[in-house]
Design a protein around this ligand. Structure first.
Ligand SMILES: [Zn+2]
Ligand SMILES: [Zn+2]
Length: 444
C-alpha cells in the first residue's frame, strides 16, 4: 500500500493507491479528525464507502445471542439505519451470551433493549424496534425498504418466512446458525442460486410438516429451539454475518465477494472452515418475486375497509378480482361439543389460544378457513356476517404497510398499504431520549 498525494491534492484530502491488489483501486480519502470522528479510521479502508454505510437500512430478525453480536457490529461500523425485531423477552439464561443485555433487563422486550443499547453504543445511528411476530404482524413494505435483512433465528419456520418475504420483494438476506462450536452463514439473493427453501432436505421438510399438522393450539406453541451454544461461536458467526451484510451494502465492488446460495461452514472443534454450494431447486415454491408494486398512499391497514380494497383491486385486476391472502382467514369457529357456530373474520396468525377455545365449554373449536376474500353471496354467507366487508384490513389481521395481492381475469395487482409508511417505518426510536445522548445523525 502506498500513499500518493502528488496529484490533485487539496486540503483535507489525500489519494490512496493500493498496489498489492489484483484490481488496483483508488479512493479519495478525507483525512478524518480521529479525536471527534468515531468512524474516521474506517475511511482508511480502501473499499469503505462511508455514505453507503451511513445511508444503509438493515433489518436484524431475532435479537438473541446471534442478533446481539450482529447488532453490536452494525452499530460499531456506523450502519445508519437499523431495524431490530424479536417477539421474545429477556430471561436470565440470555445474559450469558448477549452483550447488549444487563441484569436489570430481565423480563424486558429483547428488541427494545437491544435497539436502545446499540443507540447508546453509537448515538449517530437511527434505530427502530418491533416487538412481535414478524411472520404475520409485519408488513412486506418494511422488507421492501431494506438494503439487507439478517436472520438471527433458531428455527426453520421463521427462516422460511423471512426467505419468502425477501424473495417477494427481491432483497438479499444473510442467515446464521449456531450449535455448540459449529456455525454456518449463508447469503441468499433472490434469483441468484439456491434460496433457503432450496436447501431443505426431505428430513427437514418432514419435520416441518409434522409440526404443521399439529392441532391449531399446538401450532401456536411451536417451541423455539433451545440449542446449546457458547458466546464465542455467536461472536464468530455473528461477525461473519455482519461482514457479509457490509459487503452487500457495498454492492458492485468486485473485491468484496458475496457468494449467494453457498454455505460458509465453521467447525470450532477442528477450526476447519469451508464453503460448499447448494443446488438450486428449479421447482422451489419460494421463488416468487412480486412484479410491479403499486404504492397506494390512500390505503392504511387500520382505516381501509375490505370493500374499499376490493374496489381498488378491481380497478387493476378486473371486475372479478379477489384478494388473495398469505395466511388463512378464519371465517367461523364451530364447537362440536355445543353445536354452535360463531363468526370470527380474523387471520389465523392473530388468533390467540384463548380465542380458539369455546367460551361456553372450553373445548378447542374447529375453524372454517378461507384463502381469499370476495363479495359473493356465498362467501358472505360462509362468513356468517352481514357487515364482513366493512371490516378494515387490520381487523382481519393484515399488518400495516403490507403488500396485498389481488388476482382476477384482468391480471394481478400488488397493492402496498403505503398510507402506513410514516408511522410504520421511521427509524426514530429513542431519538428524543436524553439518556441515550445526542442522537442527531451527523453528516460528516
Ligand atoms: Zn428456492
Ligand atoms: Zn363449546
Amino acid at each position: 500500500m502506498s500513499m500518493d498525494d502528488s496529484k490533485e491534492s487539496y486540503p483535507g484530502q489525500i489519494r490512496l493507491t493500493l498496489t498489492g491488489n489484483r484490481v488496483p483501486q483508488e479512493k479519495v480519502i478525507h483525512i478524518p479528525n480521529l479525536k471527534k470522528d468515531r468512524l474516521g479510521t474506517f475511511d482508511f479502508i480502501s473499499w469503505w464507502e462511508r455514505p453507503k454505510v451511513q445511508s444503509a437500512k438493515v433489518m436484524v430478525v431475532g435479537a438473541g445471542a446471534l442478533g446481539n453480536e450482529v447488532l453490536k457490529n452494525l452499530a460499531l461500523m456506523g450502519v445508519g439505519n437499523i431495524f431490530v425485531t424479536d417477539f421474545d423477552r429477556i430471561e436470565a439464561a440470555n445474559l450469558s451470551r448477549s452483550v447488549l443485555f444487563r441484569e436489570e433487563d430481565n423480563g424486558k422486550r429483547k428488541a427494545e433493549v437491544a435497539a436502545r443499547a446499540i443507540k447508546e453504543l453509537n448515538p449517530n445511528i437511527n434505530v427502530q424496534f418491533f416487538h412481535g411476530d414478524i411472520n404475520n404482524e409485519f408488513g412486506l413494505g418494511i422488507y421492501r425498504r431494506m438494503d439487507v435483512v439478517i436472520g438471527c433465528l433458531d428455527n426453520r419456520e421463521a427462516r422460511l418466512s423471512v426467505n419468502k418475504a425477501c424473495y417477494r420483494v427481491n432483497k438479499p438476506w444473510v442467515d446464521g446458525a449456531i450449535q455448540e462450536l459449529l456455525g454456518l452463514v449463508r447469503v441468499f439473493v433472490p434469483g441468484k442460486g439456491a434460496c433457503f427453501d432450496c436447501t431443505l432436505n426431505e428430513i427437514a421438510r418432514q419435520e416441518m410438516e409434522a409440526r404443521a399438522s399439529c392441532s391449531i393450539l399446538a401450532k401456536k406453541n411451536i417451541l423455539s429451539g433451545k440449542v446449546p451454544t457458547t458466546p464465542t461461536i455467536s461472536s464468530i458467526i455473528g461477525a461473519i454475518q455482519a461482514q457479509e451484510a457490509l459487503k452487500l451494502i457495498h454492492k458492485d465492488n468486485e473485491r468484496l465477494q458475496v457468494q449467494p446460495g453457498k454455505m460458509i461452514h465453521f467447525n470450532g472443534f477442528t477450526n476447519d472452515m469451508f464453503i460448499s454450494a447448494y443446488n438450486e431447486n428449479e421447482d422451489c415454491e419460494s421463488h416468487w418475486m412480486y412484479e410491479e408494486i403499486i404504492e397506494r398512499k390512500d390505503v392504511k391497514a387500520a382505516v381501509t375497509t375490505l370493500s374499499e380494497i376490493l374496489e381498488i383491486a378491481r380497478s387493476y385486476a378486473g371486475a372479478d378480482a379477489e384478494l388473495q391472502l398469505d395466511t388463512e382467514l378464519i371465517l367461523t369457529f364451530e364447537c362440536d361439543n355445543c353445536g354452535t357456530k360463531t363468526p370470527v373474520a380474523k387471520s389465523w396468525s392473530v388468533i390467540t389460544p384463548e380465542e380458539i377455545r369455546c367460551p361456553d365449554c372450553g373445548m378447542e373449536r374447529q375453524p372454517e378457513l378461507a384463502h381469499y376474500i370476495t363479495d359473493t353471496e356465498e362467501f358472505l354467507k360462509n362468513a356468517l356476517s352481514a357487515n364482513f366487508l366493512s371490516k378494515t384490513l387490520q381487523d382481519i389481521g393484515i399488518p400495516p404497510l403490507h403488500i396485498v395481492y389481488a388476482r382476477g381475469s384482468g391480471g394481478e395487482a400488488f397493492l402496498e398499504l403505503t398510507g402506513d409508511l410514516e408511522t410504520t417505518l421511521h427509524f426514530s426510536d429513542f431519538a428524543d431520549d436524553p439518556e441515550v445522548g445526542d442522537t442527531r445523525c451527523q453528516v460528516l
